[in-house]
Design a protein around this ligand. Structure first.
Ligand SMILES: NC(=O)c1ccc[n+]([C@@H]2O[C@H](COP(=O)([O-])OP(=O)(O)OC[C@H]3O[C@@H](n4cnc5c(N)ncnc54)[C@H](O)[C@@H]3O)[C@@H](O)[C@H]2O)c1
Length: 314
């Protein structure tokens, strides 16, 4: 794949979209960043606010634009759509955000020439699958952030429990970005050392209660933040920034993104998160690895949940 012009369009200039733009500008990941929203004034305000810090911190050209600016992008990040209200699940948003996603993908495709589409809007797995269907782009070029944020939260919780930096924790979450998320404990290590062995060596408990506590904390972290401040924005913005760097700066990585499955683990016709190679062209490959029987059971339950929501959406 060619190295493009490092141009990113962000659809939706709300809390998530503007935080993504800010993170990309701060980290100098993109050369050109365009903010697009049904509320153009909002995009204009956010773009000008972020631009005022760029002379000191980054070099990106950042501006408010319209769908015509989706031409020639290396990456289009979709954050348009309503967020969860306190007490709502991500799947409660399905119908409303699917309507918005359909309008957004139609508008993008009027001008689309190249680039990867990354879906952030919730419910992420359902909308990723529909966005791939509505755009008709090749498999892997449309994917969702899926369990990348959940993985980040799991790693954070484990680092806190083990009193280590996050860099040495190898652990991840697959399945649904939502209540059907599945931490893959059977593969988790600390710098390659199995967790049980590590905890025994340092005198920390590592039993089912500890694992369940970390699993529950990871799953409910988003809802806890929404209860406390009404939305989540910075964690996801950092995750998008990491993935954007892999895509536009050819720093291929492995991430728990959600993409339409083509029979991996026997699952097809829906999008879920599995370990995936992500680079310039989007998801290059989904890795089929072995999990424990219980983990497979939970992964299939997540597939069933997401399939049901897709079915209800029609
Ligand atoms: N995947 C994740 O891990 C994750 C994390 C946090 C939030 N989210 C999701 O991201 C989405 C955005 O959250 P937010 O807090 O930024 O919400 P927000 O309400 O602050 O922003 C949404 C923006 O979308 C715009 N919009 C609505 N319809 C549009 C359309 N047809 N075209 C263009 N823009 C349109 C709105 O004007 C608004 O500015 C929500 O669905 C939320 O659930 C996902």
């Amino acid at each position: 794949m060619r190295l493009g012009n490092r141009k990113v369009a962000i659809i939706g200039s709300g809390f998530v979209g503007s935080s993504v733009a800010y993170a990309l500008a701060l980290r100098d990941v993109a050369r050109e960043i365009v903010l697009i929203d049904i509320d153009h004034e909002k995009s204009r305000g956010e773009a000008r606010d972020i631009r005022h810090g760029i002379p000191a911190l980054g070099t990106a050209d950042l501006y408010a634009g319209d769908y015509k600016d989706c031409e020639d992008c290396d990456l289009i990040v979709i954050t348009a759509g309503r967020g969860r209200l306190p007490g709502e699940s991500r799947l409660d948003l399905t119908n409303e955000n699917a309507r918005i996603m359909h309008a957004v993908t139609d508008s993008i495709m009027r001008y689309y020439t190249t680039g990867v589409l990354m879906v952030v809007s919730n419910p992420c797995d359902v909308l990723t699958y529909k966005a791939a269907e509505w755009t008709g782009l090749p498999n892997g070029m449309v994917f969702g952030t899926g369990c990348v944020l959940d993985t980040s939260r799991l790693v954070r919780s484990m680092a806190d429990y083990l009193n280590l930096s996050t860099g040495v924790i190898n652990a991840y979450v697959v399945g649904e970005h939502g209540d059907g998320q599945v931490p893959i404990w059977s593969r988790a290590t600390v710098a390659g050392i199995p967790l049980g062995e590590y905890c025994a060596a340092v005198g920390l408990p590592w039993d089912e209660d500890v694992r369940q506590h970390i699993t529950d904390a990871t799953r409910t972290m988003g809802a806890d933040i929404i209860r406390a401040k009404g939305k989540t924005q910075y964690g996801i913005a950092t995750c998008v920034c990491h993935l954007a760097d892999a895509i536009i700066n050819q720093r291929s990585t492995i991430a728990m993104v959600s993409s339409p499955m083509l029979g991996e683990h026997g699952v097809r016709d829906l999008a879920l998160s599995v370990p995936s190679v992500v680079g310039t062209g989007g998801v290059r490959q989904r890795i089929r690895e072995n999990w424990s029987a219980e983990e497979y059971h939970k992964f299939f339950a997540a597939a069933k949940r997401v399939r049901q929501y897709l079915h209800e959406l029609g």
